[in-house]
Design a protein around this ligand. Sequence first.
Ligand SMILES: [Zn+2]
Length: 467
Amino acid sequence: MYQKQLEEYFAAHQAQMVEDICTLIRIPSDRQEPKEGMPFGEGPAKALEAAMEIGRRMGLQVTDYDHYVATFDVNQQERGLDILAHLDVVPVGDDWTVTAPFSPKVTQGRIYGRGAADDKGPAMAALWAAKAVKDLGIPLSKNCRVILGTDEESGSSDIRHYYAKEPEAPATFSPDADFPVINVEKGSYSSDFTASWEEDKQLPRILSVKGGFRRNVIPDRADAVLEGIRLETVNDACRAFEAQSGVRFYAEEKDGKIFLSAQGTAAHASTPEMGANAVTAMVELLTRLPMADSEGFRKLCAVQRIFPHGDWAGKAAGVQMEDEVSGALTCAFSVFEYSLTGLRGMFDSRVPLCANEQNMRDVLEKAMNEQGMQLGNRKMNPGHHVPADSPFIQTLLRCYEQYTGKKGKCVAIGGGTYTHHLKNGVAFGCADPEVDNHMHGADEFAVIDQLVMSAKIFAEVILSLCR
Ligand SMILES: [Zn+2]
């Protein structure tokens, strides 16, 4: 253990590390129009150049991979560890209050600015860990490589470019999430489904339904237009379903038509239980109304039977499943459009490790086909898992516990991180799960003590895996 040396080293270098982070925050590196030699536009390219400049100053071996990523090697030995972080950021709004997003402000032990927590601060913690190991002169038998990408937020084509040229290290971690260790990521299966029919002519009928805008968001709004039905009847059904559904309904009559809207609560599709889905509530409400029997209405009722309101486990669709390592399947029916002659829906499902094409896609396809609907032909993206008892994970947990004094543990998440496609890759740090850093929002900040502690932990990991 090198705790004493690392404590002293970072006490002496903390100010410089904070300055390096501020240098990077000053460069607006959200994705822009590509230019010659700048695959993600000017901002990400400038941020990469600034990081390479810092790396050279630190005495690390710097390599530029066509301005997609840059790598920073501690030595020339065979690789023992890669640390993967990113320099691109998400766009900013005009609702910042502490400072302008690209004018970093250091106050009360925090650095405010876009990218402070996601992921420029963690990227510099990784680079400073590499430099500390080099400066302390402790002999290593393996290399640690820090890889800094510039397209994590818009599809990760940066690291696809890199891994097309370079092999994966025996172990990789990415400080682009929370401590302790995220070793399990669910897979995903999302698709659309469609149906069409001869125009519904008989009254009362549903002219249109529209709800949701993105597949990965639980919709907070859905609208429908009805014809040939009394406002009173609709209102009665709304009041009867409101308390049960957790969604509010509003109906008004105009030009002989009823305009109906549902107001729910938005949430991320990987945590559907946090929201109130306006689309599933609207569909279920409509099935409770005395509409004329028609092919369209029968299809709408079938959609409701497959995705009933409040069922985010895929139970009615026949795909409810879970396993001990990765937890339960979630299924969010999130976008819907219905007209007099057809319908189209989209859903987003986060699937546990036990899911496969047969128990997931095939089951849904059968349920859809039985109701005269067609499932789109997207493939399932399988889950990701590095066993908790592997020496690599155990090393990460030990170093985390040593410096934080907290109990380390492995965590499973529903979303995909930078390391999803790496065989031996996990997310490790930098954020304290108990602090909301406003990542992707206004007034994003990083806690300086947390970043410095992360750098020490990373240095200890390098020393453990590359000695
Ligand atoms: Zn990130």
